[in-house]
Design a protein around this ligand. Sequence first.
Ligand SMILES: CC(C)(COP(=O)(O)OP(=O)(O)OC[C@H]1O[C@@H](n2cnc3c(N)ncnc32)[C@H](O)[C@@H]1OP(=O)(O)O)[C@@H](O)C(=O)NCCC(=O)NCCS
Length: 159
Amino acid sequence: MHTTFMLRKFSPGDLQNVMQTNRACLPENYTDFFFVDLHQRFPETFIVAEQDGKIVGYIMCRIEMGLSNFGFGGLVRKGHVVSIAVMPQYRRRGVAQAVIKKALEGMEYYKAKQGFLEVRVTNEAAISLYKKLGFEITRTINGYYSDGEDAYVMTKKIS
Ligand SMILES: CC(C)(COP(=O)(O)OP(=O)(O)OC[C@H]1O[C@@H](n2cnc3c(N)ncnc32)[C@H](O)[C@@H]1OP(=O)(O)O)[C@@H](O)C(=O)NCCC(=O)NCCS
């Protein structure tokens, strides 16, 4: 039978599996404290996707106050996607799309007016994913990544 993934909020018992997924998919890795701290502060925007009894993807975010990414509107509450990844064997099945939508609901719960993220300018898969979900490129940050690559900031209005 064809199984599908399910979404749920991160729980502390997922820590090692989420850290493994992060290491398998991205060069930007973090300490266990970093994951636990984000979960304690913003549990509604830390979502995992589970399939076949294992974690196959996750998203974690932080709520911040800052200038509107659209260049007007002054100080606003923003939801920042800190990290998102889906295991290679489980890609192109809508997992990333689903965890982002769930995280955007969490951002709305925290009263964020915008969601945003940084993405490598060469990461075509991620850029098309975010565009599909209504994010637009609002800025470029030169040399954002530790290897010197530039980042696009992509932003989406929330409700
Ligand atoms: C980017 C990433 C999270 C996408 O995960 P995913 O679960 O495969 O994405 P989805 O299945 O939800 O894709 C949704 C849409 O995004 C776009 N997309 C996703 N992967 C794509 C690819 N490789 N090439 C082109 N478009 C892609 C498509 O529009 C896709 O819709 P479609 O499958 O109906 O065409 C995944 O490739 C990944 O983990 N990459 C490594 C980590 C990473 O780059 N994280 C983002 C850092 S900013």
